[in-house]
Design a protein around this ligand. Structure first.
Ligand SMILES: [Zn+2]
Length: 98
């Protein structure tokens, strides 16, 4: 079972636009403008995953919406992204070392 995700839960945030990779709490990420579940979007559902500085143009979700990428013709990088999203929140949960 999934541990409950709260505002204080630390998740790994990876931006699809610039590749920024930060461990932030749900609250911190929202304040920094990240488009990330659970505040924006839903765990396990492909939608934009971006930081506060990036738009959605580079996200896989957008490129599928616009027909730039076909869902049955994805690169290995895109497949990895989908695997990560499908396995959220476990795949981005940062285990506290303490
Ligand atoms: Zn970014």
């Amino acid at each position: 079972m999934t541990d409950e995700i709260t505002e204080e839960t630390v998740l790994r945030h990876i931006c699809e636009g610039c590749g920024k990779d930060e461990n932030l709490t749900v609250a911190e990420a929202f304040e920094a403008g990240w488009d990330y579940p659970p505040r924006l979007g839903v765990f396990g559902v492909v939608s934009p995953r971006t930081c506060g500085e990036c738009g959605i143009e580079k996200t896989l979700w957008w490129r599928i919406q616009t027909g730039e990428v076909r869902p049955d013709d994805l690169s290995s990088e895109e497949m990895e992204f989908i695997q990560r999203v499908v396995n959220e929140p476990e795949s981005i949960l940062v285990k506290e070392e303490k």
